[in-house]
Design a protein around this ligand. Structure first.
Ligand code: S3P
Length: 170
């Protein structure tokens, strides 16, 4: 079975690495943010702006509950906040093998400098916010994960190699 889910903080490289992993394994790639944007016909930022974060979280849970996760093989990149709900962590575990791409604040800030597409990281004191979010989310990501890959200072290819080694054991 090749059903691999990448979780982790914004900027961890889930989408970049996930696409490469799917290509290497010649299986489909999905990204929860992209699926939600397509389904709702608006960007994640717009959903936050117009309907608020709770509505977005609801859409994430609903997406995980749909039957597409039954498909044989895929790689899924999960939005950074998706594993926060208990229910979602359970659904992820049932759906496939979960790999946590772990990064520290400096990596997030470097990778997402100037990014305007993440509503949670706009405005003042982004470092403080990333620190706070990472420290409350870290344990939940770890709880949801079957594997942890430390992604700081690594290229997408490095991370891909580690994931391929891990996927051999799936
Ligand atoms: C979020 C992460 C984003 C997106 C939304 C909220 C979060 O996805 O789902 O902006 O709460 O961490 P990425 O992790 O793909 O950036």
């Amino acid at each position: 079975m090749n059903r691999i889910i990448l979780i982790g903080f914004m900027g961890a490289g889930k989408t970049t690495v996930g696409k490469r992993l799917a290509k290497r394994l010649a299986i489909p790639f999905f990204d929860t943010d992209q699926l939600i944007e397509k389904q709702e016909g608006m960007t994640v930022s717009r959903i936050f702006e117009e309907f608020g974060e709770p509505r977005f979280r609801e859409l994430e849970t609903r997406l995980l509950q749909t039957r597409w996760t039954d498909q044989e093989q895929w790689v899924l990149s999960a939005g950074g906040g998706l594993p926060l709900r208990d229910e979602n962590r359970k659904l992820l575990k049932q759906a496939g093998k979960v790999a946590y791409l772990r990064v520290q604040t400096d990596t997030v800030l470097r990778r997402l400098k100037g990014d305007t597409s993440r509503p949670l990281l706009q405005g003042e004191d982004v470092r403080g916010r990333v620190d706070a979010l990472l420290s409350c989310r870290g344990p939940l990501y770890e709880e949801a994960a079957d594997f942890v890959v430390d992604a700081d200072g690594k290229s997408p290819e490095d991370i891909l190699r580690e994931l391929l080694r891990l996927t051999d054991t799936l």
